[in-house]
Design a protein around this ligand. Structure first.
Ligand code: ADP
Length: 398
């Protein structure tokens, strides 16, 4: 078990004469025993960052530390890491025992040590009784557990997992997620996990590292990323369906948008003044039908809207609302200032094409500087005094 540190790590590729910066001045401080997920859209640099930690890629600039050791130029085998990848490459002609023990046998470990490690790993990933099976006799989930057991027997300081569940079906994925959490608890080891699936990251991580275009946007516990995103990118990436964004201007006592206004005292928050262009962020679950206004502790004024498409999800209904003269149907990707997506109670008798009023909880309205995308506040009601440290014990001894 070891800590991990990236110091000013940059990786540039020469792509047919054009320079691609895959990782841009990345700084990361990861404690022993932390479960860290790298998330971000395809091409944001997750795998390249992982490869610099693994030693599969040497950074153009910067230093990688595992524990106290500078491992920047060490080959993968000398770094004390074990990797699990998306493609489960088991040897098809070897049974589970031989697959799990392959690396140890290659390194001439004594037989009783190999037996001890394989037994323990099989126990952790619940493959007892299956050591004699061939890979073709196993399900996808079982094969992935063999791959994880093969990593466990190496007794690495750090586990690196690159989309290990990506090829599994939805139900198995959820099951394996729980298994990974159990594994982490049992091994008490540092795990770095790459995924493009923010839900996976939310459920697994102690902290999520959100990447975009090669640079680290935020690294915080999942709920901090969700409730207090540092910028528009994190706000839009974390949470499903995505946060609504509406362009506005700061006035003396409100934020005015094209279709509604939210009362706001600019002097209550640093870094914002009258006339500033801001982007309001409201999560779908922080918008309520107007009749619930009295039940909200800090409600906005009522906002006129018309219901467009309704999507019943079982435990909630996603209701696409049109504001003002908004005529067009929208999808989540095309949301504009004329549209809001709200999540409502499944028992609601709401119908499509109805004139309604909605209300937002001002305590949960986020404000971003439009030009830079940086967060200004996460509550229009005042009282937000900076990022909470809840759940971020990992950061406490940084
Ligand atoms: P992710 O894992 O988030 O999808 P990657 O780390 O694979 O992203 O890639 C980051 C960027 O670096 C992408 O633009 C990708 O095209 C580029 N890249 C990755 N590997 C190479 C390479 N070997 N040569 C050139 N460009 C690369």
């Amino acid at each position: 078990m070891a800590s991990l540190k990236l110091e000013n790590v940059t990786k540039r590729y020469d792509d047919q004469g054009e320079v691609v910066t895959a990782v841009d001045d990345m700084n990361l401080d990861i404690d022993h025993g932390e479960f860290i997920c790298f998330v971000g859209p395809s091409g944001c640099g997750k795998s390249t960052t992982m490869e610099t930690i693994a030693g599969l890629t040497i950074p153009t600039e910067g230093t990688v530390y595992i524990g106290d050791r500078d491992v920047t130029n060490l080959p993968p085998k000398d770094r004390g890491i074990a990797m699990v990848f998306q493609n489960i490459a088991l040897f098809p002609h070897m049974d589970v025992y031989d697959n799990i023990s392959f690396g140890l046998r290659l390194r001439d470990y004594p037989q009783d040590e190999i037996d001890r490690r394989v037994e323990r790993a099989a126990d952790i990933v619940q493959l007892e009784g299956m050591l004699g099976r061939m890979p073709e006799e196993m399900s996808g989930g079982q094969r992935q557990r063999v791959a994880i057991a093969r990593a466990i027997v190496r007794e690495p300081d750090v586990f690196l997992m690159d989309e290990p569940l990506a090829n599994l079906d939805a139900k198995l994925k959820v099951h394996m997620r729980t298994e990974l959490q159990r594994l982490h608890k049992e091994l008490d080891t540092t795990i770095i996990y790459v995924t493009h699936d923010q839900e996976e990251a939310m459920t697994l991580s102690d902290r999520i590292a959100v990447l975009n275009s090669g640079s680290l946007q935020q690294i915080d516990p999942p709920l901090t990323c969700y409730n207090e995103p540092d910028n528009l990118f994190v706000a839009g990436f974390i949470g499903s369906p995505s946060m609504n964004f509406v362009e506005g201007t700061v006035e003396a006592d409100a934020i005015e948008t094209k279709n509604f206004s939210l009362s706001f005292d600019p002097s209550s928050v640093d870094g914002v003044g009258v006339g500033d262009s801001v982007t309001i962020g409201i999560r779908p679950e922080d918008i309520y039908p107007g009749e619930l206004r009295d039940e909200i502790s800090d409600p906005s004024a009522l906002i006129d809207a018309r219901t467009d498409i309704l999507e019943p999800m079982g435990d909630e209904i996603f209701a696409y609302m049109l504001l003002g003269e908004g005529e067009t149907s929208m999808s989540q990707e095309q949301a504009t200032s004329d549209q809001l997506l709200m999540s409502i109670d499944p028992d609601s008798d709401i119908a499509e094409d109805e004139d309604v009023q909605v209300v937002v909880d001002r305590r949960n309205v986020h404000l971003f500087e439009t030009a830079s995308g940086e967060a200004i506040t996460h509550s229009l009601a005042g009282g937000w005094t900076g990022k909470s440290q809840t759940g971020s014990e990992a950061e406490s001894d940084d």
